[in-house]
Design a protein. Structure first.
Length: 202
């Protein structure tokens, strides 16, 4: 997918070393639709993705709905190319919990370390800005790449829904993972705030 943003400024909400989080844009409908129609991507997202017919109109409806949530586009810093999205599917501010989800469907930029950076950015946002206490997620047993990414980011396996997913005649567990606020160390937000404080002291 090539960059079509030469004449458009992309907002940078949270900036990492190689990627940044930006508000979801309806200009990306076609790119997102292409991603979720890639079977290698959709089987990791769940049956609603790989059993439903997702066209441009349905993807537009989905993006309009998630724009109201804590969901961000993931873009590459060097050229603003869209990698996918990451955010919270549900946030309980009373109990300070949230469920995280991520979809990086741009095949040109997979397995380059951008996924874990995007996860750490959204964790930083959740723990540092939303003051969440617990962030959880679920991952299918067959999605070993995602499971290993989450473990590397610091998530711990806390349980399984046994044989809760069936695909191609074979059953798999749904693995539940979570992370507590005290288990996370801010990098990106802490760095930005420290830079601001230092500049104000001068």
């Amino acid at each position: 997918m090539e960059n079509n943003f030469e004449n458009k400024k992309c907002l940078k909400t949270l900036v990492g070393d190689n990627v940044y989080l930006s508000p979801i844009s309806l200009d990306d409908i076609e790119k997102y639709a292409e991603m979720v129609n890639d079977i290698k991507v959709s089987v990791g997202l769940g049956y609603l993705s790989y059993t439903n017919i997702i066209d441009f109109e349905s993807e537009k409806e989905f993006l309009i709905s998630v724009k109201k949530e804590k969901m961000f586009a993931v873009r590459l810093l060097e050229n603003d190319n869209l990698l996918g999205n990451v955010g919270f599917n549900s946030v309980d501010l009373l109990n300070r919990t949230a469920t995280m989800g991520i979809m990086l469907g741009n095949s040109n930029y997979q397995r380059k370390g951008y996924g874990i950076e995007a996860v750490k950015l959204i964790l930083d946002y959740g723990f540092s800005f939303l003051n969440l206490r617990n962030i959880s997620l679920s991952v299918f047993e067959y999605n070993e790449a995602a499971y290993n990414l989450y473990k590397k980011a610091g998530f711990k396996e806390v349980g399984r829904l046994r044989k809760a997913v069936e695909i191609m005649g074979k059953t798999y567990d749904v693995i539940i993972m979570d992370m507590l606020k005290e288990e996370f160390q801010s990098v990106y937000i802490k760095r930005e705030l420290e830079k601001r404080y230092r500049s104000e002291e001068r």
